[in-house]
Design a protein around this ligand. Sequence first.
Ligand code: GDD
Ligand code: MG
Length: 195
Amino acid sequence: MGNKIKNVVINTLYKGWATLNEVSFSYKMKNESWVNQKRESYDRGDGATVLLYNKVKKTVILTKQFRVSTFLNGNDSGFVLETCAGMLDNDQPEACIIREIEEETGYRVNSVTKLFKAYSSPGALTEILHYFITEYSEDMKVNEGGGLDSEHEDIEVLEMPFEFAVNMITTGEIKDIKTICLLQYAQINKIFNNS
Ligand SMILES: Nc1nc2c(ncn2[C@@H]2O[C@H](COP(=O)(O)OP(=O)(O)O[C@H]3O[C@H](CO)[C@@H](O)[C@H](O)[C@@H]3O)[C@@H](O)[C@H]2O)c(=O)[nH]1
Ligand SMILES: [Mg+2]
């Protein structure tokens, strides 16, 4: 595989809050012929997300916020139910998600369990997302959450039974891939069943 691409040239088409690059390269096809390709790649850094769950109450914490890209594509309200998530901003993934948990949900946790990392949309984004899970309890609550006013974040914090959340995948009320991934991880690994 090492010799499959050569002559990689990156041309920045737009640099604003994030960066849109056009990448030109030569690619060796299965039949050994070389073809020239150009692909647009959007770079907004990497991120982290977490499933916050309470084993005793059998609940999870989700966030609800306005996501303009979904508004442009079929989501009339623009609001999306998601697991807590944030961009790394030069932090290690663990430190990032612990910070985001407190900013977005108001819970202060000391540690998180790393699950896996996955590309969010490999056809278009550079982003790799680090997935975590951790337990929360009432005594960890230090504020109301909601996100940073300085960044105009306006996040609603929702605590709900795990089964409600899982059912919302079927009804279409949850349609965010990282959230579906984490809820299904919890189902597959029966995290609420082991005592
Ligand atoms: N000015 C400006 N600000 C932006 C832009 N895009 C995002 N922001 C701001 O940057 C901050 C990002 O908040 P985070 O909580 O760090 O990230 P996130 O948007 O929740 O992203 C998380 O979820 C995404 C969606 O699943 C992930 O893609 C991402 O990696 C991360 O995990 C927010 O205040 C948001 O308003 C933009 O184009 N322009
Ligand atoms: Mg966020």
